[in-house]
Design a protein around this ligand. Structure first.
Ligand code: SAH
Length: 253
């Protein structure tokens, strides 16, 4: 049996209770070494075989899994954040399915959520935006034309941009040409939730490139852009308003 598990964004306490149990019980662990905090592996059994997938190709990963299956072992495939986002998990799941290997998936706390926590920020604000877009800027891995940053940004939603901090100058250009003002607030969170390593940079579209350069941040960062970061003109929600009734509470005025 193979368990694909989201390790969370970095803080070893941000793996789910279920993910932690599966990791504790695993005979074989293949972890995404480029981003998973190795602290999390301390709970593995001393005899567990541990592989870092950063040095492996798809076929090698599948080979380790297939061998473990033949020996009746349990494997945890540990991905950073949540496995459904930029984890190259689909090709692994498809291959397991094709080989008749049974697997399940345990979700994790994605880094875009850890970034919101670090920023103490709600992404969906009444009257400002009710939508969050998760995307990346096309670079070595292309992004379909229909969802280029220029096009997405026209909606003026909250944008959480993965894998792109080295492309911040291009992102700035895209957003400006999509109509975002140079004063639009931007936050960059480096290693959100990693104990002792997290850095938060807050700025505007016209200052952030230099700020991030000065902070020497060139990877493992979440870029958050949008009017939700603007602390002016905020409205209160209906949910806790005294004049609003819903299934669990009557209006009081
Ligand atoms: N599946 C992961 C994303 C993997 S792609 C998730 O759900 O978070 C790797 C990218 O995720 C990085 O380039 C960076 O943009 C982002 N990332 C991962 N961990 C992060 C962290 N702790 N803080 C900020 N960004 C992070």
């Amino acid at each position: 049996m193979v368990h694909i598990v989201g390790a969370g964004p970095g803080d070893p306490e941000l793996i789910t209770v279920k993910g932690q149990r599966l990791l504790k019980e695993a005979d074989v662990v293949i972890y995404a070494g480029s981003l998973v905090n190795e602290e999390i592996l301390k709970i593995c059994k001393p005899e567990a075989e541990i592989y870092n997938s950063a040095q492996m190709m798809l076929e090698e990963i599948l080979h380790v899994i297939t061998l473990a299956e033949k020996e009746g072992k349990t494997t945890v495939r540990l991905h950073t954040g949540d496995p459904s986002l930029y984890g190259a998990t689909q090709e692994q799941m498809d291959a397991m399915q094709a080989r008749g290997i049974e697997f399940d998936v345990t979700p994790g706390v994605s880094s875009f959520l850890a970034a919101a926590a670090a920023l103490k920020q709600e992404y969906t604000l009444p009257g400002i935006t009710q939508t969050v877009m998760i995307t990346r800027r096309g670079g070595r891995t292309p992004v379909p034309d229909t969802e280029s940053l220029k096009k997405l940004a026209q909606h003026q939603t909250t944008l959480c941009i993965f894998l792109s901090v080295s492309l911040l100058p291009e992102i700035k250009q895209d957003l400006m040409s999509a109509g975002f003002k140079s004063s639009t607030p931007v936050a960059v969170v480096y290693k959100a939730s990693w104990p002792g390593e997290e850095k938060i940079i807050r700025g505007r579209l016209d200052t952030i490139v230099q700020q991030v350069k000065d902070a020497n941040i060139d990877r493992t960062a979440m870029i958050v852009i949008g009017h939700c970061l603007n602390s002016e003109n905020r409205q209160k929600s209906k949910l806790y308003s005294p004049t609003f009734s819903h299934m669990f509470r009557q209006a009081r005025f």
